[in-house]
Design a protein around this ligand. Structure first.
Ligand code: ADP
Ligand code: MG
Ligand code: MG
Length: 252
């Protein structure tokens, strides 16, 4: 069972501290949601966990089953089972979606254990069908000209094919209409297992109506300031964040 442990993590972007001492433990089988106002460092946290070179970890530790994640190169993190569905997926001209997906799967599987082409195509086609993605998207350049919702669905396609241990979904629900949201949620729910954990970052409670989290955390000013269950997400949806600030005496 995977266990991701984040302890007192601090991360900076361009010399400015954004994540300011964040601790969280995520275990296989669990779904954690992080909610928080814009600009509190949610995406910075995800990028730092994945090892994006722009985000410098200045303090704290991150381990996956005791292994030091911060020591790992980006591809080693993927191999170890970390996955991030990005808030703003990049467009890559010249790389087709299917080429990208296949190399992402192989990065996860490791050298000497590559997936066969036939098997890959079968799996990709099956998952695309499940996610109601037009088969043509296999041959398009990665994310190029995809709508917001198509990009998000494509991130979930990646996740389903890669079968990560720890899946971080950064605002996977933004820009989705209700039908796409249900499809994305079904994709997440289909992958829920004791062998896998999810960290769902979202602004809105909407997605959490379809993917019930075990834990909901409020992130403000680079830290988790409050944790609870699904009822916390409902209250944030109804009342916003001001009551949390008042309760904790947070001034911005
Ligand atoms: P959230 O995801 O919670 O909305 P972000 O992590 O995207 O917050 O941003 C937190 C802060 O870090 C913001 O002030 C943002 O401008 C800054 N920031 C994030 N990424 C970058 C970057 N690549 N370059 C410069 N500033 C950044
Ligand atoms: Mg934001
Ligand atoms: Mg963000």
């Amino acid at each position: 069972v995977p266990v991701l442990t984040i302890s007192d993590l601090k991360a900076s972007v361009e010399g400015k501290e954004i994540v300011k001492g964040l601790s969280l433990e995520i275990k296989g089988g669990e779904v954690h949601a992080i909610m928080g106002p814009n600009g509190t460092g949610k995406s910075t946290l995800s990028s730092a966990l994945m090892g994006h070179p722009k985000y410098e970890v200045t303090d704290g530790t991150v381990t996956l089953n005791g292994e030091d994640v911060l020591e790992m190169a980006v591809d080693e993190r993927a191999r170890a089972g970390l996955f991030l569905a990005m808030q703003y997926p990049s467009e890559i001209t010249g790389v087709t979606n299917s080429d990208f997906l296949r190399s992402a799967i192989n990065a996860r599987r490791g050298e000497g254990n590559e997936i066969s082409l036939i098997r890959f195509i079968r799996q990709m086609e099956a998952k695309m069908k499940e996610l109601d993605i037009n088969p043509e998207f296999a041959h398009r350049y990665l994310n190029e000209g995809f709508s917001g919702g198509e990009k998000k669905r494509n991130e979930i396609l990646q996740m389903m094919l890669i079968e990560p241990k720890i899946a971080i979904l950064d605002e996977i629900d933004s820009g989705l209409d209700i039908d796409a949201l249900k499809i994305v949620a079904a994709g997440v729910n289909a992958l829920r297992s004791p062998e896998r954990a999810f960290l769902i970052i979202t602004h809105y409670q909407r997605l959490l109506n379809y993917v019930t989290p075990d834990f909901v955390h409020v992130m403000m000013q680079g830290r988790i300031v409050k944790s609870g269950g699904p009822e916390l997400a409902e209250r944030l949806e109804a009342e916003g964040y001001d009551w949390v600030k008042e309760e904790l005496g947070i001034v911005d």
